[in-house]
Write a protein that binds this ligand. Structure first.
Ligand SMILES: Nc1ncnc2c1ncn2[C@@H]1O[C@H](COP(=O)(O)OP(=O)(O)O)[C@@H](O)[C@H]1O
Ligand SMILES: [Mg+2]
Length: 230
């Protein structure tokens, strides 16, 4: 069975005028189904860049990225949206909800993009929001939710997208301890029950115990790995 994510010698160099910034350097990763992987490291260590490459938002300067055995690093810009739609859900620190749409409509939108229609989509959105504990808030606008609730809507949207790889960039960055844990536990259950591959970039040490594996980044390099003892 092909692994969700395999990278070999992945590099990203940003060109800033005449200066080159190596944001990711020779990253070799193999990430499996059902794994919850933490990408830890100080600000500027390359976490967002690596996550963006894994999510096909950003193309690597060199190296190989395979999603389920398919080489995607050499795909054209035009093919990337298709790859993203098929394989990837993203969760951002800033939630990225549509402010004029209700919680329910925010989730419906993702379902509609997937071709789920009418009442089926309505029911499914309600189910997903119930799953993340927001059944009493489905008609609220994002501005009337707390940070933790907004991030749970973002998780419901990731569930709606139903992609096998879920990438989250600092998802607990704007949340207090207990809301941060709630969101992480939802992601952990998703990995366990639906065999998703979940990668979370963070420097939130309070959630370290959630992860099956932690990769530590420094200056664009993965310098160390810690696995939960079985
Ligand atoms: N679009 C960009 N252009 C130039 N340099 C960038 C860009 N994005 C990030 N960088 C640089 O790449 C390095 C890694 O950044 P980033 O991936 O955002 O790290 P992290 O998410 O760990 O804070 C930093 O030195 C940052 O300044
Ligand atoms: Mg970042």
């Amino acid at each position: 069975m092909d692994k969700p994510i395999v990278t070999r010698n992945l590099c990203k160099i940003y060109q800033e005028g005449r200066v080159e910034v190596t944001a990711v350097s020779s990253a070799d990763l193999t990430l499996g189904e059902g794994e919850v992987v933490g990408l830890f490291g100080p600000s500027g260590s390359g976490k967002t860049t690596l996550l963006s490459i894994l999510g096909c938002i950003l193309r690597p300067t060199s190296g190989s990225l395979m999603l389920y055995g398919k080489e995607v690093s050499d795909m054209s810009e035009a093919d990337l949206p298709f790859i993203r739609k098929k394989y990837i859900s993203f969760i951002f620190q800033g939630f990225n909800l549509f402010p004029a749409l209700t919680v329910h409509e925010n989730v419906m939108l993702v379902l509609k993009l997937k071709g789920v229609k009418g009442e089926v989509a309505e029911r499914r959105a309600t189910e997903l929001l119930t799953e993340v504990g927001l059944e009493e808030r489905i008609d609220f606008l994002p501005r009337d939710l707390s940070g933790g609730q907004k991030q749970r809507v973002a998780v419901a949207r990731a569930l709606a997208a139903d992609a096998p790889v879920i990438l989250a960039d600092e998802p607990t960055g704007n949340l207090d301890f207990s809301n941060g844990r709630k969101v992480m536990e939802l992601l952990k259950n998703l990995a366990a029950e639906r065999k998703r591959c979940v990668v979370v970039a963070t420097h939130d040490n309070r959630i370290e115990d959630i992860f099956d594996r932690i990769l530590f980044m420094e200056d664009g390099k993965i310098v160390r790995e810690k696995r939960r003892s079985p």
